[in-house]
Structure formats: structure tokens, C-alpha cells
Design a protein around this ligand. Structure first.
Ligand SMILES: [Zn+2]
Length: 613
């Protein structure tokens, strides 16, 4: 590196097909066509910048002229021809950059050269880069030569924009489409280059560089040079994000943890740290949106391929994604998107971002009181999250100890806020069982009397979802229950607690992929609170949510095992008994108080013309 500093992009330009990064299938085909001597007279290489089109064209030209190809079909890099190529003085390769030489004159010059046969070697290769930039006149001047070139001429046309190539050219070429280079391929190559240079580099650092390069190896190598120069032979993650001014991925991870635990204070403090580091707030919100998107695709093995990252980052994302329900991620992305859209018009941008963070913390918050910032129902006044139904309606009232005689058919909640979509799994008929009309005579004990601590026990589904905060999901199960009353006949075999627990554990064993559910089933043991009525108390909101989602399937499973269709289950959360449902607040009152307490909030509320419903 001392004598003459060569940038890595040039120094480590691939010299054989084997060293081209990320184009294995394509280079194998090219090599094979050379080995079997089945050459076309015109090739079109398509693909985005930096994926190796020009490198492959040069290697191709070198390989077909090599005097002693290796058994693998690669250039030997030792014969006279190879040496001429490697030293840049071969007369058998002519390159034209059509981006800067796109006129008729340029093509005429090229055509003149086509007429000169090679003095040494077999072929003369003409590489026309960015061929879509040729003017129409130049294209036409070129067409005839392309159609009938001398036998010793091979054209390799390269383009980043295949759709701009006219059909008459396309039909005369053998077309090769280059892949975008994957992050992992880039990291592997950068790691190799680092080794050659005697530089140590953390994988996480190379991951940042590869992401920044956006699929172009050449860019990755120049960014690598830049970082290497400033980090004196030891490329760390920290030095890389500082050098490239990239927001540490760690911030997003910590923020998601804060959202999941509803920790408003923590999220606001993290945001302050980010601002203090000089990052733009809109950039941050977009980065956060991207992080949620990545978590969403990482959650599902089918879509994890959409996550452009190294394998270890993928694994880390998949791990965090386990804690996030799809509903949480969708709504989080939606909130970020809205913040981005409102960003330009917001007078107080910092406040807009903070409000968004608060809303994100509330997505899983059990009650406004728990969100840490006092008055919770902020989502009601956000310009975007307007729901037509007043919130108190959504809150299960503690006075509901009033006998829950029959499930009242309540209006179905508007779709916008309704969290878990109706599960595709058929709701087991026993959901309807506890209602007096469905309870057979031998069920002497009324359900709610058997479960005094859980007045809403009779419709556990509703009770459990209320844990999501004041979301309007009531009523989603009751019409179903009514429907199911019509279903008959029902099984009703007696069973012991042991039978129940056995079936319970069997379900958990048979569904090991549902990690959170299996975990919850192992740690939260169900207790019998009525003849056919069980209750569990989960340890976290996520558990509660996932258990609620899985409940129909679990109950169906147990019903089949025990031959009893009347079993019901309440899914509660351990702390939720102590919380006082927020039945006292009124949106208008809250709004006024917020305006008074915080002038920024007042501006915001006025600017967006927010009104309580
Ligand atoms: Zn050679």
C-alpha cells in the first residue's frame, strides 16, 4: 500500500470468472460456453451498477484469447495474451463508454476498428458500456455491423437499463441478467479483501458498509477504503457507523423494547440521544419504519429472504420479531408512516416525533395509567387515529359485575382500530356455553359466581382483549357465540383436572413453533374456576395477546381430547386485576388539560384542528 496506493475497487477487481462476486450461475454459463467453443457474436449484459458487468466482459475477452486456459475454463493469467490484458495493453479489447461517446461519429470510429483483424490471439472484443445511451442515429449506424460482424469480432453490450434497448438490438444478442449482489456475498468478499490488506474488520461493520453500498460491489469497496483509512487497520462497528454517519441499529432495538414494555420515558430519552448525535428526526422516523418492516419480514421464515442483511443480523432480527405480534408491527409501521407524511406540515417536528413514540408505546399498553405519562388516550386525539366510536364504550366497566345475563349483540367495532382480525380457526362451540341459555341444567353454578374475581369471566374473550388497552374490539365474539348456540349436538363428558392438564401440555408439545404460546402454557398453569371453566394469568401482554389468539385452537384441541364442548378459558394478565379501568376520563377534558399543560401540544392540537369525538 505504500509505494503506489491503489484503491481496493481497482486492486481487487476480479481477474477470473471464479473471483467474480455474487454471479455464480452466470459466470459458470459463460465459462462453459467458452470451454465448448459455443460463442455468440453479441452479448448483452444487464444489471444495476456495480454488479460486475464490465468486469465479466473484460474477463470474458481475456479468457477467450488465453493460450492456456485452466481445466476449469479460466484464463491462466500467465500467457502473453493474459499478461497484455492484465497490463492494459492488449489490442484485442476495445472499450467504448456510450454515456460520454454516444454520437454517430463515435460509432463510425468503432465500426472502422471492427474491420481490423487481431494480430495476436483469436478474437477482438468490443465492449460498449451503457449502450442504452447511444443516440438513435448511432444505434442505426451500429445495427448493420452488429448483425454481421467479422468472425473474429465479439460485441459485449452492457446496460443498467435493459428496457431502453430497442428490440432490434435485443434480438441480436445473447442476454445475461446480473443479480444484485447480496449483503452476505459482499460481506464475505470484503472480509477477504480485509484479510489481503492485513486489516481486521468486524462482521457487523462490514454489514453496515454492504448495506450502504446498496448492491454495488464497487461502492462497497470504496466505502471500505474510506472506513479503513480512518480506522487504522481495525474496522469496528463503532468506527464504521461514526465514519459513515449511520444511526446505530442498537437504538432501534432498544426503542422496540421500550415500545413493547410501554416505557414512554425510555423511548423519549432514546430519541433525545439520537437528536444529540445530530441525526435528523425525519431520517430517524424513516429508519424506525424500516426497522419495523424488517422485523415484520424477519418474523416469518417465508419472508425472511426479503431482509437484506447478513445472516447474524437476520437471526438477531428474527429473535426480536418473536416478541412482536403482526398487529403490533402493522400498526407501528402505520404510525411511522403517518408521522413521515405529517412531518413537513408539523410546526413542531420534535413534538410530532415524540407523540408518535408515545403512541407506539401505547400499542400494547394495558391501560393509559400504565403508559407512564398519565393520561393515556393520546391515540384518540392524534389526527390520524380518529375512530368513530367514543373510547369509553370500548372500556370494560368494572361495574360489569352486574350479571352478564346474555351476550348483548354490540355493534361491531370499526375496522381501523380493531386489533386481532377474526381468527380463521373456527371458534369452538363451547364459547357459547357459559351463557345461561346454553348452559345445560346440570350446570348448577353460575359461571360468574364461580369466578368472583373475574366478573367478565363469562365472556373471557372480551375480557382478555381489553388488556390491549381501550381498543374497540368488544362485540367481535358475541355474535359468533349467538350463532354457535344453534350448533348441536355437543359433547359433555366429565373430566378431571389431570385430564385437562394432560391435554393442555399435549397441545403445547404438539405446537412447538408457537414459542410464546408454548412458553405461556408451560409457565402459566390453568386453574379451574367453574365446572368447565378455567382461567390462566399470563405474565406479559405479549403472552396474553398470543394466548388469546391461540385460544380457539387450544380449546378445540382440548374439547376433542376430553370429549367436552363446554370448556371455556379466561386469559388474563397477572397485574390486570389491580388496574382500575380508565372509565373516568373524557376526551374533551383531557384535551383541554393537555393544551394547558403543554403549549406545544396546544399548537399541535390547534394546527391539526383536533377534536375529541
Ligand atoms: Zn492466459
Amino acid at each position: 500500500m505504500e509505494e503506489s496506493y491503489l484503491v481496493s475497487a481497482r486492486k481487487y477487481r476480479p481477474s477470473t470468472f471464479g473471483s467474480v462476486v455474487g454471479q455464480k450461475a452466470l459466470t459458470a454459463t459463460l465459462r462453459n460456453s467458452i470451454a465448448t467453443d459455443r460463442l455468440a457474436h453479441a452479448y448483452l449484459f444487464c444489471g444495476s451498477r456495480g454488479v460486475g458487468k464490465t468486469s465479466c466482459a473484460r474477463i470474458f475477452a481475456k479468457t477467450i484469447n488465453c493460450q492456456h486456459r485452466t481445466p476449469d475454463g479460466d484464463a491462466c493469467n500467465e500467457c502473453d495474451s493474459c499478461r497484455d490484458f492484465n497490463e492494459g495493453r492488449s489490442l484485442n479489447i476495445i472499450e467504448l463508454d456510450a454515456a460520454s461517446n454516444n454520437g454517430v461519429e463515435d460509432i463510425r470510429n468503432l465500426v472502422d476498428q471492427v474491420l481490423i483483424p487481431p494480430t495476436t490471439g483469436r478474437y477482438r472484443v468490443f465492449i460498449i458500456d451503457e449502450v442504452h445511451m447511444l443516440s438513435t442515429a448511432a444505434f442505426n449506424a451500429f445495427l448493420k455491423t452488429l448483425e454481421e460482424p467479422p468472425s473474429y469480432v465479439i460485441f459485449i453490450l452492457a446496460t443498467t437499463e435493459k428496457h431502453k434497448i430497442i428490440p432490434t438490438i435485443l434480438s441480436r444478442c445473447q442476454i445475461y441478467d446480473f443479480n444484485r449482489i447480496t449483503i452476505q456475498d459482499m460481506i464475505d468478499h470484503l472480509q477477504w479483501v480485509a484479510g489481503q490488506e492485513g486489516i481486521t474488520a468486524e462482521n457487523a461493520a462490514l454489514n453496515v458498509i454492504a448495506r450502504k453500498a446498496d448492491g454495488a460491489m464497487r461502492d462497497a469497496l470504496s466505502i471500505f477504503d474510506q472506513v479503513a483509512a480512518s480506522s487504522r487497520g481495525n474496522i469496528t462497528y463503532q468506527s464504521t457507523i461514526e465514519n459513515l454517519n449511520v444511526l446505530d441499529y442498537e437504538y432501534y432495538t432498544r426503542l422496540v423494547d421500550a415500545f413493547l414494555s410501554g416505557n414512554v420515558q425510555e423511548s423519549l430519552l432514546i430519541y433525545k440521544e439520537i437528536r444529540d448525535k445530530g441525526f435528523d428526526s425525519q431520517f430517524f422516523i424513516n429508519g424506525l419504519a424500516g426497522h419495523f418492516r424488517d422485523l415484520m419480514v424477519a418474523k416469518d421464515p417465508q419472508t425472511i429472504c426479503l431482509l437484506e442483511a447478513s445472516d447474524d443480523v437476520r437471526n438477531a432480527m428474527a429473535l426480536q420479531a418473536q416478541n412482536c405480534s403482526p398487529q403490533f408491527l402493522y400498526r407501528a409501521m402505520d404510525l411511522c408512516n403517518r408521522a413521515d407524511l405529517n412531518y413537513r406540515v408539523a410546526t413542531n417536528k420534535q413534538f410530532l416525533v415524540e407523540l408518535t413514540l408515545i403512541q407506539l408505546c401505547q400499542l400494547l399498553s394495558p391501560s393509559p395509567a400504565d403508559s407512564g405519562m398519565g393520561e393515556g388516550p393520546l391515540r384518540k386525539i392524534a389526527p390520524q387515529a380518529a375512530t368513530p366510536n367514543p373510547a369509553p364504550q370500548a372500556v370494560p366497566k368494572p361495574q360489569a359485575a352486574v350479571p352478564q345475563a346474555a351476550p348483548k349483540p354490540q355493534p361491531t367495532a370499526p375496522a381501523e382500530e380493531a386489533p386481532p382480525p377474526p381468527s380463521p380457526i373456527p371458534q369452538p362451540a363451547q364459547q357459547a356455553a357459559p351463557t345461561p341459555s346454553a348452559v345445560p341444567p346440570q350446570h348448577g353454578i353460575p359461571q360468574h359466581a364461580a369466578a368472583p374475581r373475574q366478573p367478565m369471566g363469562a365472556i373471557g374473550h372480551i375480557r382478555s382483549i381489553s388488556g390491549m388497552g381501550n381498543l374497540s374490539v368488544h362485540g367481535t365474539s358475541t355474535p359468533k357465540a349467538a350463532e354457535q348456540q344453534a350448533v348441536a349436538p355437543k359433547r359433555q363428558q366429565p373430566f378431571s383436572d389431570d385430564d385437562f392438564l394432560k391435554a393442555w401440555d399435549e397441545y403445547a408439545r404438539e405446537n412447538p413453533t408457537e414459542k410464546i404460546v408454548a412458553n405461556a402454557m408451560a409457565t402459566c398453569r390453568p386453574s379451574r374456576v367453574g365446572e368447565n371453566h378455567y382461567s390462566i394469568r399470563t405474565l406479559s401482554l405479549i403472552q396474553q395477546q398470543q394466548m388469546t389468539d391461540a385460544k380457539p385452537a387450544i380449546l378445540q384441541f382440548i374439547a376433542d381430547r376430553l370429549n367436552n364442548d363446554f370448556i371455556t378459558l379466561d386469559v388474563d394478565i397477572i397485574a390486570s386485576d389491580d388496574e382500575a379501568p380508565p372509565s373516568t376520563w373524557r376526551p374533551a377534558k383531557v384535551l383541554d388539560r393537555m393544551k394547558k399543560d403543554n403549549p406545544y401540544m396546544g399548537t399541535f392540537i390547534n394546527d391539526f384542528d383536533l377534536k375529541p369525538e
